[in-house]
Design a protein around this ligand. Structure first.
Ligand SMILES: Nc1ncnc2c1ncn2[C@@H]1O[C@H](COP(=O)(O)OP(=O)(O)OP(=O)(O)O)[C@@H](O)[C@H]1O
Length: 587
């Protein structure tokens, strides 16, 4: 046994499980008082139930006994009803406590996980499917929260029952106690294989349920193209395939569970028969009387039941540790670096100056690749001064968006550096902390559900209605917003549903303007607009003095408004001459 234990320890499995249990304990600790109260009330409820059974016996005896005094019958009857009512009240209290603890634990874990996801390194997050993360946020969190509540009290109660029975048997007959414990070595012997098998099955179950959620989430996100391409039938079939994986994993797990529970039931039954045989022998030999024999049999049965119940807690515990591991995995993702308080103060001061005097953006010899893939950029140099509008152009997939991610500190260069330079020459290395210098209009739809005003105030919570109107006017959005029946208070659906692509883009531009940051990044931000509206939007935007602007686009109409341009091609960033830019603008 010791060898197996050491082997498990060496493999790290036990260490991992202890780490997971420790983490669950860390959460359970927050609600320790309530869990204890639940446990005590639960035990009191059990006591009341037993008391009611004893009183019912006395009450029946008193009713059947001719000439029993009425006041005794009434007293016992009152007591019986009182105990029944008290048990109902206790049950209600416990159900309330359970709800409190469950919600508290679930919310606490979810909030931590959510915070960790939002603060995680962007590149690390790319490894996960959002459906999988959603499954961890909901399914895994709920599994762990429930386990804290159901497992801990059950474990205490069953252990108490087990020890009490064992001590009683030990008191009357140590040999019988030894026999009753015979199934324990079998359990310990198989515990490693059992726990290992259970974890494997649980992990597989969690993975397939994540796949299922990821598939459903992606399907719902893409309902329009699925319908447009007539793919509803195909997606129905694909759901069937993913469900088939889920079904196979569930049934395999079920087979494993049946096998293990049958094994333990057989072991328990064999032990009961042994106890029965031993008791019969002792009775036959005249060592014990029939009453003691009956007591033994009852205690042995209870002991076996408590033991089976304890073993029965294992799947729940393993499921909780597997879910905890999946949550810990996300919590353990590398976080974006944070600044020291001194650095933070320096950044605050620099930000104020940057807003007033403008900021120069520089990339120096930057090399970047996604993971171990081929580099997207090598030796990239770029400079954009305050008041300049710099275009980034290049064939699709060459790295324009990637370059903006580097500027935003989402992606981190493997070598070289990105710098923000203030008017007095002070330099700040690009990082997540320097993101506040930027306003950004992404390529994809990025309007949240809620009213137009709520969406705009996301970046400027204090903005007045007049300021919102001005930003909408600059982005050429006011012309359609003012025609909406509820104006800026018009509610929008998911990802700005209810507006056209071009209208969504103009809202995103207005929102970016409200941020009032010294650098503006536009990633194909006007691609859905007609040339005339695009020119008006860009003129309004770029006419704002002092801002440093970087614009990615494929359109000549955009280049005509730019001061300088860089082309990304074959992993290189090359500045265009004035003549080249002029030729491009006229194409
Ligand atoms: N998250 C990512 N993980 C791995 N590779 C990526 C990721 N995003 C982009 N890439 C790869 O990096 C390269 C540059 O992509 P990027 O989106 O920067 O191109 P782009 O020039 O903006 O394209 P487009 O004009 O089509 O928007 C592409 O080859 C793409 O496959």
């Amino acid at each position: 046994m010791g060898g197996r234990f050491v082997q498990m320890l060496r493999e790290g499995q036990l260490k991992q499980m202890l780490q997971e249990l420790g983490w669950i304990y860390h959460y359970a600790k927050r609600c320790w008082g309530k869990i204890l109260l639940y446990l005590l009330l639960g035990l009191a409820g059990t006591g009341l139930g037993l008391g009611a059974s004893l009183i019912s016996r006395d009450l029946t005896g008193a009713v059947l006994e001719p000439g029993s005094p009425w006041d005794q019958i009434l007293r016992l009857g009152g007591l019986f009803i009182g105990l029944g009512l008290a048990a109902i009240v206790l049950n209600a209290c416990n159900s309330r406590i359970a709800a409190h603890v469950n919600v508290e634990l679930q919310n606490g874990m979810q909030a931590d996980l959510f915070r960790s996801l939002l603060g995680a390194d962007w590149q690390a997050l790319q490894q996960y499917h959002s459906g999988d993360l959603l499954n961890r946020l909901t399914g895994d969190v709920s599994t762990v929260a429930e386990s804290v509540f159901t497992l801990v009290p059950s474990l205490v109660i069953r252990l108490f029952q087990f020890m009490a029975c064992l001590l009683l048997i030990l008191h009357y007959d140590p040999v019988m106690a030894g026999l009753a414990l015979l199934s324990a070595p079998a359990v310990l012997l198989f515990s490693r294989a059992l726990v290992h098998g259970m974890r494997e099955h649980q992990q597989r179950m969690r993975t397939v349920s994540s796949d299922l959620m990821a598939f459903q989430e992606e399907t719902l996100q893409n309902l329009s193209p699925i319908k447009a391409f007539g793919l509803t039938e195909r997606f129905g079939q694909r759901l069937g395939q993913v469900q088939e994986h889920y079904r196979t994993a569930s049934l395999d797990f079920n087979r494993f569970s049946i096998f293990t529970s049958t094994f333990f039931s057989l072991a328990g039954q064999a032990v009961s028969y042994l106890c029965l045989a031993w008791g019969a022998y002792r009775l036959w030999s005249g060592y014990i009387d029939v009453a003691t024999m009956v007591l033994f049999l009852q205690l042995a049965a209870q002991l076996t039941a408590a033991f089976s119940a304890l073993v029965g807690l294992a799947p729940g515990a393993v499921s909780a540790t597997v879910a905890a591991r999946r949550i810990l995995e996300v919590l353990g993702m590398p976080a974006e670096p944070e600044l020291e308080p001194e650095e933070q103060k320096r950044l605050e001061r620099a930000y104020k100056r940057g807003r007033a005097e403008g900021v120069t953006l520089r990339l120096e010899k930057v090399r970047f690749s996604y993971g171990s893939e081929a580099p997207v950029l090598q030796g990239a140099d770029l400079r954009a001064r305050p008041g300049e509008v710099v275009a980034l152009l290049g064939p699709s997939g060459e790295g324009k968006t990637t370059l903006l991610r580097l500027l935003l500190g989402l992606a981190v260069p493997q070598s070289g550096r990105g710098i923000l330079e203030l008017a007095d020459g002070e330099q700040l290395i690009l990082s997540p902390a320097t993101r506040r210098f930027f306003s950004y209009v992404p390529q994809e739809k990025a309007i949240f559900s809620g009213t137009i005003a709520q969406s705009l105030r996301l970046l400027a919570p204090e903005a007045s209605e007049e300021e919102l109107r001005q930003a909408l006017e600059t982005a050429c959005a006011w012309e359609f917003v003012q025609k909406l029946p509820q104006g800026i208070h018009t509610p929008l659906g998911e990802r700005g549903a209810g507006l056209s692509e071009g209208q969504n883009q103009r809202l995103a531009i207005a929102r970016a303007l409200l941020r009032d940051a010294p650098i503006l990044l536009l990633d194909e931000a006007t691609s859905a607009l007609d040339i005339e509206t695009e020119t008006r939007v860009l003129r309004g935007l770029l006419g704002q003095t002092g801002r440093t602007c970087i614009v990615t686009s494929h359109r000549p109409s955009v280049f005509a408004l730019c001061s300088r341009a860089y082309r990304i091609q074959n992993n290189r960033l090359e500045e265009l001459s004035e003549e080249e830019l002029a030729v491009l603008s006229q194409n």
